[in-house]
Design a protein around this ligand. Structure first.
Ligand SMILES: Cc1cc2nc3c(=O)[nH]c(=O)nc-3n(C[C@H](O)[C@H](O)[C@H](O)COP(=O)(O)OP(=O)(O)OC[C@H]3O[C@@H](n4cnc5c(N)ncnc54)[C@H](O)[C@@H]3O)c2cc1C
Length: 385
């Protein structure tokens, strides 16, 4: 069977491109090496935080993605909750950044509220009085259950939209000509389409490795912790002082240049630690994260060891922020994403009819639904809505 579009990769990047192509009436085949998506798109926090993005096209992709998520929650039962994002400041410098950012967002009609200390503590009795100075709140933002969302979306597309899928299928070869493109799996199976889209995430060794080695792509590893239900309620996406120092939207503020010290040991900066909490519907909490990096050619050479010291630094800072009845890690994991050192995304057209799109970094859950819509429209020369 010949398809209009073959997509390699069933993470959020591949799945949302499939969704939009199907909506435009295309015959689509999605292929993944695993029986279901199990890379970055299921290992993340599930925080859809447009508030953390630069105020450029990424802000628009974030806003559009939220609309799409809400629509898909109704249509496909995607596990998303519109329960807000809360950035809690710990130092006067962080609070000054929040005050400036509020004005920047209000200027583009993106609703947010600044809460003083007592309002934060009233809404979040689980936050330490000694930590919170104030918070910037985006009530419209949402959280996603990452363990389920992207695979649920794929199932919906297979059941209701005619998506074809080949899972457990590693693609190792691409051959393109003027009128078609053919891909071949490691077991010799062949599939053919008019176009191929490679949404390979952090897998930079299988297809066009020379393209990736010559690029500024790198792979980031993040350590994550799951805590058993600590007996408190922490709705929405909770982000804290170290995130205010890290995310793009905050870095663009004048006040960010005059930030005071966070007062923590230099290890927090060296290990790229910032503390985020996301409570799952069953009460357990995703807590993270840390960041370390390897260049594209080394992307499979991360140590297999889980660094317990990094976990203890995260837990130590988390305890300074939140007062839980119990702190019981139930498991830990590492997640990996690719990102460019100098760009927001990696896009290439290595052969006729073949496009690669990866390297979206830490913003894929927030922006991909909207980004993919724009890319599918331009791929098929459809006017923007
Ligand atoms: C720990 C962690 C926390 C994060 N938290 C957030 C967050 O809160 N909010 C947010 O917006 N973003 C977050 N992110 C980022 C987000 O998860 C990623 O940007 C996004 O999931 C990337 O999606 P992807 O589809 O490009 O890659 P992936 O999810 O890695 O998918 C790529 C897929 O391609 C398949 N594949 C690759 N090569 C082949 C081949 N040759 N043949 C067959 N299959 C192939 C792989 O098997 C894989 O399933 C986080 C990421 C991590 C790791």
């Amino acid at each position: 069977m010949k398809f209009d579009l073959i997509i390699i990769g069933s993470g959020v990047m591949g799945s949302f491109h499939a969704y939009h192509a199907l909506n435009f009436g295309k015959k689509v085949l999605i292929i993944d090496r695993n029986s279901k998506a199990n890379q970055a798109s299921v290992r993340n926090f599930g925080q859809a935080v447009t508030s953390g993005l630069s105020l450029n096209e990424w802000h628009s992709y974030g806003r559009r993605s939220s609309e799409l998520y809400l629509d898909l929650e109704k249509k496909a039962g995607l596990p998303v909750r519109q329960n807000g994002s809360f950035y809690i400041a710990n130092t006067p410098g962080e609070l000054a950044v929040l005050e400036e950012l509020q004005q920047r967002f209000l200027a583009v009609d993106y609703a947010c509220e600044l809460w003083d200390k007592s309002t934060v503590l009233k809404h979040f009795p689980a936050i330490q009085e000694s930590y919170a100075l104030g918070a910037l709140v985006f009530k419209q933002e949402m959280s996603i259950e990452p363990e389920f969302m992207v695979n649920r979306l794929r199932e919906f597309m297979v059941e209701q939209m005619g998506l074809q899928q080949e899972m457990n299928c590693l693609i190792q070869q691409v051959k393109s000509s003027s009128d078609r493109v053919e891909v071949t799996s490691n077991t010799g199976r062949k599939f053919e389409a008019e176009h191929l889209l490679i949404c390979n995430g952090m897998e930079l060794q299988q297809l066009y490795p020379e393209l990736f080695v010559a690029s500024d792509l790198e792979v980031c590893r993040l350590q994550m912790i799951s805590l058993k239900n600590p007996g408190v309620q922490l709705p929405g996406n909770i982000l804290t002082g170290l995130s205010i120092r890290r995310y793009e939207s905050f870095r663009e503020c004048e006040a960010w240049k005059n930030l005071d010290s966070h007062g923590l040991s230099s290890e927090y900066d060296e290990k790229g630690i910032h503390i985020l909490f996301k409570q799952r519907p069953d009460g357990s909490i995703i807590l993270g994260d840390s960041h370390d990096y390897l260049n594209a050619e080394d992307a499979h050479n991360f140590s297999f060891l889980h660094d317990v010291h990094t976990d203890s630094l995260m837990l130590q800072e988390a305890k300074r922020i939140a007062k839980f009845d119990r702190w019981e890690p139930e498991y830990t994991w590492s997640g990996y994403y690719s990102q460019c050192k100098n760009n927001d995304l990696f896009e290439a057209n290595p052969e006729p009819r073949v496009n690669v799109i990866t390297g979206i970094g830490g913003k894929g859950m927030t922006t991909t639904a909207g980004l993919a819509e724009a890319r599918i429209r331009s791929m098929y020369s459809l006017a923007s809505s």
